[in-house]
Every structure is written in structure tokens, then in C-alpha cells.
Ligand binder design. Structure first.
Ligand SMILES: [Zn+2]
Ligand SMILES: [Zn+2]
Length: 625
């Protein structure tokens, strides 16, 4: 898999590109890209420069070289860059007649630059110098290299293609991070480290939570017992809250006749996301990409009266959507996933209240998992959409109004609605301040129309209900991935598959340890008795690496307690908590925290790295809705 098949940023990249860098940090980062190119061409005189735009957290530059850069090369390049910064070379604009510029770059062996000048430049050609180094560029840049204060090259160059096209010459891309200050850079690097440490694919393996197997297929998740337990906890909570919230739980099959998907418009508007139909006795069936048509069919199964509305049908419905194998990513981009879906059928006069109700519900639900900061956007009519502009306007206004009533700030995401209606998307902020698309609330006038949905109004006549689609966690797979990274695998007590590990110091305490474990189990606490003949420290280390909240250690002293009420306690973050608290008190505390769904045990500063604000890496786009 070539991970660097990125289109060149045709509209954003200076250095031979068409649009100048604009914000101060972009100018800073782009100037750093020139610095990199200067260092590379001075160390590798044969290197040809491609393009070098700023990125979200730094810059990159593509080079055509006779051999890939080695790690040692990168160290030398970084050193050279630091040297050029020290020299404080001026970065100067030069306007050079086109013919002369072409000669100049040709003379330096920079044929790719000549190509860019031919394609993009007028006459004269705008260039910038940094000592001997010259680049074709619209700028702007910093005045001199001495103003570049904080940069670092990313380990390992990657492969790219000239102009991002496979088949074109293979280039070596060097990425760098660049910030205004050393402190910002260090914070960013720390956060990247932390993100790596929390990677849900890595933790999924280490904590034995889930896997993806070549034998079963890419993008299809296998939930292991511990991951499965956490899912069960999430599902139980979800179902209970939905019943309390006035929803009905429904179930629907994984396939349906293709005609159903013609009626819903999926075969017309959503084909690219669907798998090929399956033929059964001469009839085509479609693997479901969404649950909506099933819930609609349930609604249509009998006559509905205005007095009964709204109907709120909820389902943990597993759907299948096509994703290219290259974009699949752990739990975050998958081909089969379970949406925490619901469809609300209401009267037009109930729409505003129903949207508010969903908004309140989603914030309550997310809070239980420790998420209380959001980025919210309202997505408007896409190009390939069904329905009139007027219908879209009414629906979009209803969504905006609900957010305003609740005082929730939002931005507009133009053209990003679903084919059947506009939506509110809620991105949750995790402990590293990254935003993840999870919740969505969508208004739909299209499906009630296509399916001819009705209810009998007060006037005895048939009327059309409005439909709301909503998923709160989004998909269980994706949400689990976010949850793993948010907590770094150290799940709160109510989700933790094992809440307490009991560790006897030696075999002599095994009997007492068993009684402690029984007592915990009897109180409904999830306990594991580590009765292996390993050394105590080894067992504690292992429980620690498995992120078990509490370790109850019993040695000679504890085992002497006839009442079985004495344990020595360690907490996964706080370390040794001593033996001053009785087992009964611990049981009460753990039971209470789990019942309250507390997001931390209060023994610790939560395991979060307080993140600096600027330049958040982009969330992996997720296809949920
Ligand atoms: Zn430039
Ligand atoms: Zn739906």
C-alpha cells in the first residue's frame, strides 16, 4: 500500500504552485519548506525539487533523487537546516525574465521546476533566493532564515509521485513540523507521541479487545471477549436509556429486496457505497447500507393516527458500506459496522421539539462516556440530492433553530448533507483535543414522500409525517475506537472488563485471596484472581499493563485478618494506596462509582495529556449516517 498517494495541493501550495501562503503560521511553515529544499540541494547537488507547501502542522517538500533518503541523511539535512538558520540568510524576492529563469533552473538541473514555470508562471517569473538556493514561488516568506525558530523533520522520508500521479517519477517526500516557538513544537511532538501510545489498533492488540483478520476480510471487526464485554456495557446502557427516552426497540434483517432500495433512492443516490446485489431464486437482494427502509416498512405496516405520533424506532443495526481497502483504518474506517440508529416519525408541528429532544439525549449519552466538548456543524444540500430547495431550506432552518435554542455554537458545512436531507453533525473532542465525527441528526422529507408515508390527522384526512434519522454514538465500532484512544485503554470502572485483580503475594495467601475474590464477585464486582505461581511484582506489572483499575494485594499481614476485610490496594494511576481502607469500604466505593458511571475513580489526575490548542490533526473522515 502506498501511503503517500496524495494529490499535490494544487490550490494551496506555494513553491511553484498557484496560490500564495496566507496566514502567518503558513508563511512560517512554507519558509521552513524552502529551508529544507536549500539544505537538501546543498547536501545532494543532484536532487531535483518538486513542490513544498505548508501542512496542518508543518510542511513537506518532494525531491527527485537517485536513491531514497536514509535516516542518517535526514539527520544531516536537519543539521544543515539549523546551520542555515544560524547564518540568518535573507530570503529575497527576484523577478526574472521567463527565458532567463528557465535557463537558470535548467543550468541547476532543476527540470521539474522548469516544467512548473512553463505551466504556471507568467513573465517575469517570481523567484525567491535563500543564499545560493533559488526557488520558483509566489511567496510570501519570512524575511530571513533566522526567523525560523522551531522545526523538526519527521522520521523517515516517504514515497510520493510527481504531481501526485502514479506512473509519474517517484519522489521522496520529507515532512517536517514547524511552529512559532520551541515550546509549541515540543507540545505538538508530545501530543503525537501520546497519540501513538494510545493508537487503538495497538491497544486493541495489547489489551486483547478486537482484531481484523485477513481470513475474514479487511474492514470487518472481530470483537474479542474483553472488547465484547465493553460493547455489551455500551449496548445495555444505550438500550436502557432509549427505553427511558420513549423509544421502541426494533430489529431488522441484513438484506432486503433490491426494490426496497430503489424506492428509498439508495440505488440511485448511494450506489457507490453499496455492495453488489445477491441473487436468491431469481430475485436480487441488497446488503443493507442503512437501516432506514426497514423502519419505514414497520411504520407502514398499519394505519397511524396523529394521536400516536411520534414513533421512535431504535435499533443497533449492522450495515455494510463499500470503502476502498486503502482507506480502511482499524475501527475507525470499516466495511461493516453497527449504527446506534433510530428513526423518528412525527407530525410537522412536532419536529422542533423532537430535534431538541434528540440534542438533549445525545449530550447526556456522550457525557456518560466522558465527552463534553463538541464541534458542531450543520450540513446543507449536496449536489447529488433529492428534494426541492424549499424542502431543504425548511429542514435546515429547523436544525439551526434547535441548536440556537440550546445555545450550541455551530458552523455551516456547505453541500455536506445526505442525499435525502440536511443534518447536524457532532464531533466529540477527546482527551488529546482531537475531534471525531460521531453523532448525526438528519431531517428527511424525501423518504416519507417516496414511500408514501401517512398518518390520519385530526381532520380525518391522510397527512405526511416528517422523518428524523439519528445516530448518537455513530457506529459502535468507530465509537469504541475513539473510546480506546480517549482513555488510552484505561476504561472507567463501569466499562472496564476487569475491575479488580487480586494478587496473593505467595501461595500461602491463596486461600485468603480466594475469599477476597469471592467477596468481590458476590458484590457484583468484576474480579480476576491471579493465582499463577509467578512473582508478585510480575503479576502487578501485568495488571498494570492491562490497565485494570485496582489491584488488591494480599500478603501475610492481610491474610491474618479473620474477618477477610483487609487488603493492600494499588490503583492503576495513583499507585500504592496502602491498606488503611477495609475491603467492605472498597466494595462500596467501587460499586458506587460503577453504578454512577463515573469517568474516573478520583484517585488520580486522569490520564490525559493536556493538549495545546493550535493545529489539531484532522480527524479520520468517517462514513456514518
Ligand atoms: Zn515559497
Ligand atoms: Zn436512516
Amino acid at each position: 500500500m502506498s501511503s503517500t498517494l496524495v494529490d499535490p495541493p494544487d490550490t494551496t501550495g506555494p513553491s511553484g504552485e498557484t496560490k500564495p501562503a496566507d496566514s502567518p503560521i503558513e508563511i512560517h511553515r512554507h519558509s521552513s519548506a524552502h529551508l529544507l529544499a536549500a539544505a537538501v540541494t546543498e547536501l545532494f547537488p543532484d536532487a531535483q525539487c518538486g513542490i513544498g507547501p505548508p501542512t496542518e502542522d508543518g510542511f513537506f517538500y518532494d525531491f527527485l533523487v537517485s536513491r531514497p533518503f536514509t535516516p542518517e541523511d535526514l539527520v544531516a539535512i536537519e543539521k544543515k537546516m539549523a546551520h542555515i538558520v544560524k547564518q540568518n540568510r535573507p530570503i529575497e524576492k527576484k523577478l526574472i525574465p521567463k527565458a532567463e529563469a528557465l535557463e537558470l533552473f535548467k543550468g541547476k538541473g532543476q527540470t521539474l521546476k522548469c516544467q512548473l514555470i512553463e505551466e504556471k508562471s507568467g513573465d517575469p517569473v517570481q523567484c525567491y533566493t535563500m543564499g545560493q538556493f533559488i526557488d520558483f514561488c509566489l511567496g510570501p516568506h519570512l524575511a530571513s532564515t533566522g526567523q525560523i525558530k522551531a522545526f523538526k523533520l519527521k522520521e523517515g522520508a516517504s514515497q510520493s509521485y510527481w504531481k501526485g500521479k502514479e506512473g509519474n517519477p517517484e519522489m521522496q517526500r520529507i515532512y517536517g513540523y514547524a511552529f512559532f516557538t520551541r515550546e509549541e513544537l515540543d507540545q505538538h511532538l508530545h501530543r503525537l507521541e501520546e497519540a501513538k501510545r494510545r493508537d487503538h489498533r495497538k491497544l486493541g492488540r495489547e489489551l486483547d479487545l478486537f482484531s481484523v483478520s485477513d481470513e475474514t476480510g479487511a474492514g470487518l471487526i472481530l470483537w474479542h471477549p474483553k472488547g465484547g464485554f465493553i460493547r455489551k456495557q455500551i449496548e445495555d446502557f444505550w438500550r436502557d436509556e432509549h427505553l427511558k427516552g420513549g423509544y421502541d426497540l426494533v430489529y431488522s434483517p441484513h438484506i432486503a429486496k433490491i426494490d426496497l432500495w430503489h424506492t428509498s433512492g439508495h440505488t440511485q443516490y448511494y450506489k457507490a457505497n453499496m455492495y453488489s446485489p445477491i441473487e436468491i431464486e431469481g430475485v436480487e437482494y441488497q446488503l443493507k447500507p442503512m437501516n432506514c427502509p426497514f423502519h419505514i416498512t414497520i411504520y407502514r405496516s398499519r394505519l397511524r393516527s396523529y394521536r400516536e405520533l411520534p414513533f421512535r424506532y431504535a435499533e443497533l443495526g449492522t450495515v455494510y458500506r463499500f470503502e476502498r481497502s486503502g482507506v480502511l483504518h482499524g475501527l475507525l474506517r470499516v466495511r461493516g459496522f453497527t449504527q446506534d440508529d433510530a428513526h423518528i416519525f412525527c407530525r410537522p408541528d412536532q419536529l422542533d421539539a423532537e430535534i431538541l429532544r434528540v440534542l438533549d439525549f445525545v449530550t447526556m449519552l456522550l457525557r456518560a462516556f466522558g465527552f463534553d466538548r463538541y464541534d458542531i456543524c450543520v450540513s446543507t444540500k449536496p449536489v447529488n440530492a433529492s428534494g426541492s430547495d424549499e424542502e431543504w431550506d425548511v429542514a435546515t432552518a429547523a436544525l439551526k433553530k434547535a441548536l440556537e435554542v440550546r445555545g450550541l455554537a455551530y458552523v455551516i458545512d456547505p453541500g455536506e448533507g445526505v442525499f435525502y436531507g440536511p443534518k447536524i453533525d457532532i464531533k466529540i473532542k477527546d482527551s488529546l483535543d482531537r475531534a471525531w465525527q460521531c453523532s448525526t441528526i438528519q431531517v428527511d422529507f424525501h423518504n416519507p414522500n417516496r414511500f408514501g408515508l401517512e398518518y390520519i390527522g385530526e381532520d380525518g384526512k391522510a397527512h405526511q409525517p416528517v422523518m428524523l434519522h439519528r445516530a448518537l454514538l455513530g457506529s459502535l465500532e468507530r465509537f469504541f475506537g475513539v473510546l480506546i484512544e480517549h482513555y488510552g485503554g484505561a476504561f472507567p470502572l463501569w466499562l472496564a472488563p476487569v475491575q479488580v485483580v487480586v494478587v496473593p503475594v505467595s501461595e500461602a495467601q491463596l486461600d485468603y485471596a480466594t475469599k477476597v475474590a469471592d467477596k468481590l464477585r458476590g458484590a457484583g464486582i468484576r474480579v480476576h484472581l491471579d493465582d499463577r505461581g509467578e512473582r508478585m511484582n510480575y503479576k502487578i506489572r501485568e495488571a498494570q499493563s492491562q490497565k485494570v483499575p485496582y489491584m488488591f494485594v494480599v500478603g501475610k499481614l492481610e491474610a491474618a485478618d479473620a474477618a477477610v476485610n483487609r487488603v493492600s490496594v494499588r490503583h492503576r494511576h495513583a499507585g500504592d494506596l496502602g491498606s488503611g481502607t477495609t475491603l467492605d469500604d472498597w466494595i462500596r466505593k467501587i460499586s458506587r462509582l460503577a453504578a454512577e458511571r463515573a469517568v474516573s475513580e478520583g484517585e488520580e489526575p486522569m490520564e490525559t495529556a493536556q493538549a495545546p490548542k493550535p493545529s489539531v490533526p484532522p480527524p479520520v473522515p468517517g462514513g456514518v449516517s
